[in-house]
Design a protein around this ligand. Sequence first.
Ligand code: UDP
Ligand code: MG
Length: 140
Amino acid sequence: MIGDYTFSIIKPNAVRTGKSGPIMAMINEAGFEIAAMKMIKMTKEQAESFYEVHKSKPFFEGLIEFMTSGPVLVMVLRHENAVEEFRKLIGATDPNKAEQGTIRRTFAVSVQMNAVHGSDSDENAQKEANFFFSTSERFL
Ligand code: UDP
Ligand code: MG
């Protein structure tokens, strides 16, 4: 059950430039079901907490500034082997290293503005989903 869910964010650059629809189409076409979804503007505190594992990295400050720069779409997605399958669909962190046909290769504009987030483990997927959604906001 827990392995069937992942958590995703359509990042501010992609929302701002009208890529939410095309990205959602790719997610739907790949067979993911939407278990929860909403548009929010992250606070600095939320973004810092969400990316806490990267706190000591040189890109941290820029990342927080970027992730709070405008609204994002947060969502919980259901699919068999969801975490791994979704990481495959989005491609490598650096869009230049992401495979053809992946979401990041298609929509990212830089390593930082790489269009989407996808959880990296079942444990983090659950943690991240619970960070943004209450049980009454989840439908699958
Ligand atoms: N990031 C960045 N510069 C880097 C590496 C990462 O700005 O050199 C940003 C990028 O938006 C990335 C996020 O930090 O998606 C989290 O990094 P991570 O290594 O966890 O990559 P992901 O799991 O998102 O592929
Ligand atoms: Mg990561």
